[in-house]
Design a protein around this ligand. Structure first.
Ligand SMILES: [Zn+2]
Ligand SMILES: [Zn+2]
Length: 256
């Protein structure tokens, strides 16, 4: 399994951090974790096969995470790169994902579901388990962020042993650590360094508390607000957890 950071930022425009989007490559196919407005253009910039993308995960409906979903389908409808595509695109997300897409669709009569290939939307409940890609088991957990927001855990069952948990946006909950226990790579939001102004995001001390409880192989901190500019994230994290913590940067590539 490979992780490529497309966007390590938030809703706040930033010169080096695009909105929240992460690309995962598995033996069973490719997966986009949150279709932010810039996600697919960033994938093209990284030389990734956006036209062959197998699945999209929508963690919640904040626009820095989902604002690129309808535009992506608008592009695949007309792009030369997808004209010959016949394999389905799977869109997984919380309850309401289809309604959200239909609302976009209706706003401009785009016929986004009429594609050269099938678009299969599957809405998932919290605590669901299913096969997201061939050989890749997925599990979900409700998170304290929005009513629909979900964390995702992926386990490669094809024999590689890779596993990844993605919190997306969340406040603190012990349940997140139990959910992510023992994963090879724990991809956590860490919106703020300290003195966070809202309950529904994490600051560093909380992210590291989750790391201590979950005992993952490595931690990647993403969804970084501009408050992080100029802070040595890895050094600050090392004061709170003795494992390896990596600062997400746009373009970062990791073997899971
Ligand atoms: Zn966000
Ligand atoms: Zn959010």
């Amino acid at each position: 399994m490979k992780l490529i950071v497309l966007g390590s930022g938030t809703s706040v425009p930033h010169p080096r951090r695009s909105s929240s989007a992460h690309w995962v490559e598995t033996r069973g196919g490719t997966l986009l974790l949150d279709p932010s407005a810039t996600a697919v253009h960033r994938a093209a910039e990284e030389g990734l096969d956006w036209a062959g993308l197998d699945a999209v995960w929508v963690s919640h409906f904040h626009l820095d995470h989902v604002g690129g979903l309808a535009p992506f389908l608008f592009s695949t409808k007309y792009a030369p790169q997808t004209r010959a595509r016949r394999k389905p695109l799977h869109v997984y997300g919380p309850r309401g994902t289809r309604k959200l897409l239909e609302a976009f669709d209706g706003a401009g009569d785009y016929k986004l579901f009429e594609q050269p290939f099938p678009v299969e939307v599957r809405e998932t409940a919290p605590r669901a388990e299913f096969e997201m890609l061939p050989g890749v088991r997925a599990a979900t957990l409700s998170t304290p962020h929005t009513s629909e927001s979900l964390a995702l855990r992926l386990d490669d069952t094809a024999g590689g042993g890779a596993s990844l948990a993605y919190t997306s946006d969340t406040g603190y909950a012990d349940a997140l650590a139990d959910f992510a226990r023992g994963v090879k790579l724990f991809l956590l939001e860490c919106s703020f360094f300290r003195a966070k102004s809202v309950e529904i995001h994490l600051e560093l001390s909380e992210a590291m508390r989750l790391a201590r409880r979950a005992a993952p192989g490595r931690v990647v901190l993403s969804h970084l607000y501009p408050e992080w500019d100029g802070v040595d994230l890895a050094a600050e994290a090392a004061k709170l957890w003795d494992g390896e913590t990596i600062e997400a940067r746009d373009g970062l590539r990791l073997e899971v």
